[in-house]
Design a protein around this ligand. Structure first.
Ligand SMILES: [Cu+2]
Length: 686
């Protein structure tokens, strides 16, 4: 009770922060098979020009949505990205169903790690579209992915400060409402651009009550509220050199997780960086670009079971967690003879992760233990990428990452707790990792293009996989133990792409395969007894041998006439372990088909989405049961009005028009998703 009163008081103070408020439209689409890399990009803000060498094809600008859209929904709409859901907040991104330690999620190249042992706080929950210029998805580990990984990564590119010859102010203000859950949000941004100085601020506040599934069935513990604010400053030292400062603070409060046994009292992030940029005109050979950044971030997370009814809480617990990361990177791009582009990056970080649990039994004194016993990772990486063009038709790139990764327990208390399990072993680890990727792109003629990619990747286990101590996994109902004896997980990755373009038609198809060795998953320890009341038993992270993940993607875009466009995105993947068990949390076949219509400043879209049933599951090995198929319809409309210089945009969207009862295969505990939901927004850009 005391905690609640404290929360309310602190909220009142903090809402005062929301004086300034932002922004407009998010432009989003799938580039046709990007020839540079397998980068799919979401652009935020109409006015932004991306520096990336993406193909400005028709498919690129397929989708616009308000910046008011939550990060999770933006991510969910990118083909190849699927989200694991534990509630209405903080969904966890997966790339082609690869997740957690297998992918890198970074903010402008900064490594940052959630502090929750139940994975309630993926990195993407601490960032808002309002903070961002764009989102980059790398489907394979390439240079855009900081420090190597198995399954590529997501990098959230922060808004870039710009300079202007004449001093310029601009800003935005917006508000939004959702009928389902009575969600409200207010957001804004302000920006000053001068010749040498640039300043930016943006902020958002949002709050939602419990949402309702179809037929107005309330989903308890699905509420949330948060604020996020960012400030940045840039100073132009001279023609070529710039200094950049950036700070983001994100604070979530009273967040419900209907798929879990606990909620969140608070989830806070503080993310700071200082960077130096050097740019030179690209017509010269030699150094084109050099960037150095140092950063620090701190995540503070506390779970809360005090709001749950007593019969759901066999024993009250406090479960806080903290994550601290300090790091730097230095990257440079060189233009070499024969149009070669050479990228080099040296990066390092240190992450400290601590989580503990205090149990309060009805009788007797509280019991305390670590769930992550003060674990630390030091990571040093060298990324190299070289792109060479042979004539105008054939481009090849080679990309490599070399990494030293050291993991250990940094406190005596942490070591003491694990010592019983270690039988004298030192749990410290040192791993040398290497990744090598080759890519080739060949243009056959004006219509057809081909691409191929082969890669060898590896990762060290995450700190959770090394050192977890009785962390409960809701999916299979087991308590998990880490193991410092884990081998590196390795994968061989192959990708084949073909793209076609003629007149109004564009199409792109990809087939991919990931072939794992020493795949890391939980295996039952039959002579251990569980700690969590009601758990099925104890599992330990182990190398379970080989596993494979295969699949494909197909995108089609058609410009039917001047005002009418159609896009279809289709994805499929299938995962199997060495024993023939289906891997968990693999999305079934999904197709998203959208018709866009614009006339006299009105933009309308209708989206038909179908998820096939997922029958390829393993109850025994991973605790999963089948998921039925679902078909959904969403419609939206938008119109902008010019009022002098300011631009006012009104938008409305109806999600799940037919009020279908449904969930997706990656929704934990098969909690029903929202029924019909009307979302209205107003944005003013000035
Ligand atoms: Cu948590």
């Amino acid at each position: 009770m005391r905690r609640n009163r404290w929360l309310q008081k602190s909220w009142k103070n903090r809402i005062l922060v929301f004086v300034s408020l932002p922004w407009i439209f998010l432009e989003f689409g799938v580039p046709a098979l990007a020839q540079e890399t397998l980068v799919k990009e979401v652009k935020i803000e109409e006015i932004t020009v991306s520096r990336k060498e993406d193909l400005a094809t028709g498919i690129q600008k397929d989708k616009r949505a308000s910046l008011q859209m939550p990060t999770d929904k933006v991510l969910e709409q990118i083909p190849g990205l699927q989200m694991i859901k534990r509630g209405n907040y903080a969904w966890e991104p997966t790339i082609r169903s690869l997740n957690a330690g297998q992918i890198n999620v970074t903010i402008d190249g900064m490594h940052i790690f959630g502090a929750c042992t139940d994975r309630m706080d993926p990195v993407s929950s601490y960032i808002e579209p309002n903070n961002l210029q764009r989102i980059s998805l790398n489907l394979s580990p390439d240079f855009g992915n900081y420090g190597g990984s198995i399954g590529g990564g997501i990098d959230f590119k922060l808004k870039q400060s710009e300079f202007s010859q004449a001093p310029t102010f601009r800003g935005s203000l917006g508000t939004g409402f959702e009928s389902n859950g009575q969600g409200i949000q207010t957001l804004g941004s302000l920006e000053y651009m001068g010749q040498r100085i640039s300043l930016q601020a943006n902020a958002i506040f949002k709050k939602s009550e419990n949402y309702h599934a179809s037929n107005k069935e309330e989903v308890l513990f699905s509420q949330y509220q948060k604020w996020n604010a960012a400030i940045s400053a840039a100073y132009k030292l001279n023609h070529d050199h710039e200094l950049h400062l950036n700070y983001i603070q994100d604070e979530g409060r009273d967040i419900g997780y209907p798929a879990l046994t606990m909620d969140v009292a608070f989830a806070n992030a503080k993310i700071a960086s200082v960077a130096h940029h050097f740019h030179r005109s690209s017509t010269h050979q030699g150094l084109m670009h050099w960037q150095n950044k140092v950063y620090y971030n701190f995540i503070d997370h506390a779970m809360d079971d005090t709001q749950r009814p007593a019969d759901q809480v066999p024993m009250h617990m406090d479960m806080p967690g903290q994550s601290r990361t300090i790091g730097f990177y230095s990257e440079a791009r060189f233009l070499l003879p024969l149009d070669q582009l050479l990228d080099i990056r040296l990066s390092a970080y240190q992450n400290q992760l601590s989580a503990d649990m205090t149990m309060y039994p009805d009788v007797g004194s509280p019991m305390y233990m670590f769930t992550i016993p003060d674990a630390e990772r030091r990571h040093l990486s060298l990324d190299l990428s070289d792109k060479i063009s042979f004539g105008s038709r054939f481009t090849t790139s080679i990309n490599s990452t070399l990494t030293l990764s050291a993991s250990h327990l940094f406190s005596e208390e942490g070591k003491a707790q694990l010592s019983g399990m270690l039988s004298g072993d030192d749990p410290a680890r040192m791993d040398f990792l290497w990744n090598l990727n080759l890519r080739g792109d060949y243009t056959l003629d004006n219509h057809w293009g081909l691409s191929g990619h082969l890669g060898r990747t590896s990762r060290s286990a995450s700190l959770q996989e090394y050192y977890a101590f009785y962390i409960f996994n809701r999916l299979d109902g087991y308590d998990y133990l880490g193991s410092h004896r884990l081998n590196q997980e390795k994968a061989f990755n192959a990708n084949l792409g073909i793209n076609f373009q003629q007149g109004p038609l564009q199409a792109e198809a990809n087939a991919f395969g990931y072939f794992f060795r020493d795949y890391i998953a939980g295996r039952v320890l039959s002579d251990f007894s569980e700690m969590t009341i009601g758990a099925n038993g104890v599992k330990q992270y182990q190398n379970i041998g080989n596993a494979r993940l295969i699949g494909g993607e197909l995108s089609i875009g058609v410009q039917i006439d001047e005002n009418l466009r159609f896009r279809s995105s289709n994805t499929y993947s299938r995962g199997t372990d060495e024993q023939g068990n289906a891997l968990p949390l693999i999305s079934p076949f999904q197709t998203v088909n959208t018709l866009y219509w614009s006339l006299r400043g009105f933009h309308l879209d209708a989206e038909f989405q179908y998820d096939a049933a997922q029958q390829h599951v393993s109850l025994e090995a991973y605790g999963e049961s089948p998921t039925p198929e679902v078909a959904l319809l969403h419609i939206g409309g938008r119109k902008s009005f010019q009022i002098g210089r300011p631009l006012l945009t009104a938008s409305i969207k109806i999600e799940n028009v037919m009020d279908r009862q449904y969930y997706r295969h990656q929704d934990l505990m098969k909690i029903a998703r929202p029924g019909r939901n009307i979302i209205a927004g107003l944005m003013l850009g000035f």
